[in-house]
Design a binder for this molecule. Structure first.
Ligand SMILES: C[C@@]1(CC(=O)O)C2=NC(=C\c3[nH]c(c(CCC(=O)O)c3CC(=O)O)Cc3[nH]c(c(CC(=O)O)c3CCC(=O)O)/C=C3\N/C(=C\2)[C@@H](CCC(=O)O)[C@]3(C)CC(=O)O)/[C@H]1CCC(=O)O
Ligand SMILES: NC(=O)c1ccc[n+]([C@@H]2O[C@H](COP(=O)([O-])OP(=O)(O)OC[C@H]3O[C@@H](n4cnc5c(N)ncnc54)[C@H](O)[C@@H]3O)[C@@H](O)[C@H]2O)c1
Length: 153
């Protein structure tokens, strides 16, 4: 386990049915977040300078543009997948001011919320997190849980 990020994340379950969620960035990292969000019926939109074919072909609305603060308006939460530290820091500041929850992918120290690894079977949802300290341990624990439920019923 790595050193603490100085964060203390509360695991909660949040209904995102029809909620507006913004993904900034259009590469594989953005696509990975989008695939998870779509399983939960969110109203996802993307803005990016460039979007990958998977996003283009998914039917998810996207706009080709550089991020600016006004883009956050009306969203419950935002995922940044740009990999540009300067842009990420700007999104963290803007999100605080606009009251929009911010996830910067792979950057727990900048995140207001982080993404757990999920095991879902019907109404059962088990979310695993390491408080952002050990993503590989998190994935391994989720895979063990999955194995348990799928081999011990
Ligand atoms: C669970 C999952 C959910 C999701 O992403 O929605 C998730 N990461 C996933 C996959 C994944 N992430 C990474 C790889 C390696 C390959 C690659 O680089 O692409 C893979 C594997 C892959 O892609 O297959 C790299 C990585 N991730 C983070 C860091 C930074 C660091 O650890 O400091 C690094 C660089 C680590 C290094 O230095 O090597 C950080 C975060 N990743 C988190 C969540 C949050 C912490 C959760 C917790 O509390 O433990 C947090 C803090 C923030 C966030 O992103 O929300 C999803 C699994 C989906 C599933 O299997 O269902
Ligand atoms: N195979 C996998 O599952 C996987 C997962 C993650 C990443 N990767 C690889 O890692 C590399 C990085 O992928 P990535 O998706 O993290 O990053 P990326 O560089 O591919 O995507 C970053 C995105 O952010 C956008 N962007 C940058 N600045 C912006 C701004 N100011 N405003 C709006 N949009 C902006 C870019 O247009 C781009 O769409 C790639 O080679 C990718 O293939 C692979």
């Amino acid at each position: 386990m790595r050193k603490s990020t100085g964060k203390n994340f509360l695991p909660i379950a949040i209904d995102i049915t029809g909620e507006k969620i913004l993904v900034i960035g259009g590469g594989q990292s953005a696509w990975n977040k989008i695939k998870i969000l779509k399983r939960f019926d969110a109203d996802v939109e993307v803005i990016a300078l460039k979007v990958c074919d998977e996003i283009k072909e998914s039917g998810i609305p996207y706009r080709i543009k550089a991020y600016e603060k006004a883009d956050l308006s009306g969203f419950l939460m935002v995922y940044s997948c740009t990999n540009y530290p300067e842009v990420d820091r700007q999104i963290v500041r803007d999100g605080r001011e606009a009251g929009v929850l911010v996830n910067i992918h792979d950057q727990p120290a900048l995140c207001q919320f982080i993404s757990p690894a999920i095991y879902q079977k019907d109404h059962l949802r088990i979310a695993v997190t390491s408080n952002g300290t050990d993503v590989y341990g998190t994935i391994e624990a989720r895979d063990r849980i999955k194995h348990y439920f799928e081999n011990n019923q």
